[in-house]
Ligand binder design. Sequence first.
Ligand SMILES: NC(=O)c1ccc[n+]([C@@H]2O[C@H](COP(=O)([O-])OP(=O)(O)OC[C@H]3O[C@@H](n4cnc5c(N)ncnc54)[C@H](O)[C@@H]3O)[C@@H](O)[C@H]2O)c1
Length: 414
Amino acid sequence: MELNYKIAIIGQGYVGLPLAISFSKFYHTIGYDKSLDRIDELNREHDSNLEVEVKANELLSFSSNKDDIKDCNIFIITVPTPVKENNLPDLSFVNSASLLVSKYLKKGDIVIYESTVYPGVTEDICVPLLEKESNLVFNKDFYCGYSPERINPGNNSKKVNNIIKVTSGSNDTIANVIDNLYQKIIDAGTFKAPSIKVAEASKVVENIQRDVNIALMNELAIIFDNINISTSEVLEAAKTKWNFLDFKPGLVGGHCIGVDPYYMIYKSKEFGYFPDLINKSRELNNSIPNFIIGKTIELLSIHKKNIEKSKVLILGYTFKENCNDIRNTQVEKILSGLNHLGCFVDIYDPLIKMEHNNLIENPFKASNKYDAIIAAVSHNEFLHYTINDFKQISNENLVLLDIKSMYSFSTWKF
Ligand SMILES: NC(=O)c1ccc[n+]([C@@H]2O[C@H](COP(=O)([O-])OP(=O)(O)OC[C@H]3O[C@@H](n4cnc5c(N)ncnc54)[C@H](O)[C@@H]3O)[C@@H](O)[C@H]2O)c1
């Protein structure tokens, strides 16, 4: 079968595009996305996520025309899995991608899911959709697999090809086929999980582990703040122990760490078990924007600055450093909280180009002065600012809240 692989990657975002480019070095690959704008830019060899270089190649094409995937025999689904307003899993994208694929499914085809889900989504929710529309029988006529993605946008050393990839398949033979397929593009090698559910669970566990550990650091940071000692100094000392885990306090946004735990909470509640620790960690991490707002007010008062009508600058808007992804950014909560208190807030983020009332051009090249500055995201550009740069854009006493502990001269840091 191998020589005849024709691969369709459904969803050309942060996960799907690098995958399409990698597979197209070996196989005919179609990067399909329902967004015309996205396909247009890819056809112009531009990735607005600024993650990969898009280069035309005779085995690679991008399309938003559904029929273009009809001759494919491997379908890889890389669509979003967000949560709804009430933090329940929103499976509408994986469902509609499954329905799309089901229309073109043929005997012998393989459907691999990469979107992050709770254990059971592939076999219990997506497979019935694939069967219903295609009139084919799972594990007899067509097969499935699950292979979670671990890329880390904004970090050049963690790309799809150099991170070990977990693979799985709906039976032993297919698990091997899928594992061999990924081995072709993953230099770091693959890990074949014993089942699809194990592979699904392994991905959420990775992000839950981070969320819980960051929540612990955030809780300690609140305690240390009351004791009036610096959390970063405490952690610097503690991490000299060989088995201390190097987690830091901070804002947890984005579409992974701040979202995936809700998938497991949902699944667990189905069986009547309420996962207190996972849930509490989510609550704690979600409370950090309010903690930062409270800290800003406290410092403005200490420095005898009026809270109402004070001018605040926030450095960074994305959910993490050195990438332009703003999904679920916790900076928005800090902004709206401060606005609510009557502060005038400007935000500077050199990595994003979008319409937003509060976004400004480089404040260090302008004449505005601020009562408080919140350094929220550690983009590389921000690391070079000196105390004089900050003084130059500050009203009287510099009030610099340093969420990412970037500066030795900050007024307050975690
Ligand atoms: N971004 C990451 O760093 C990362 C890392 C690991 C895992 N993941 C997971 O991978 C999945 C995809 O994440 P992402 O960041 O690439 O999302 P994304 O929003 O960057 O890209 C998803 C793309 O899918 C397209 N899409 C949505 N529904 C579609 C449909 N029915 N048919 C065709 N295209 C459709 C969208 O237009 C979009 O371009 C999510 O489950 C996410 O949790 C993301």
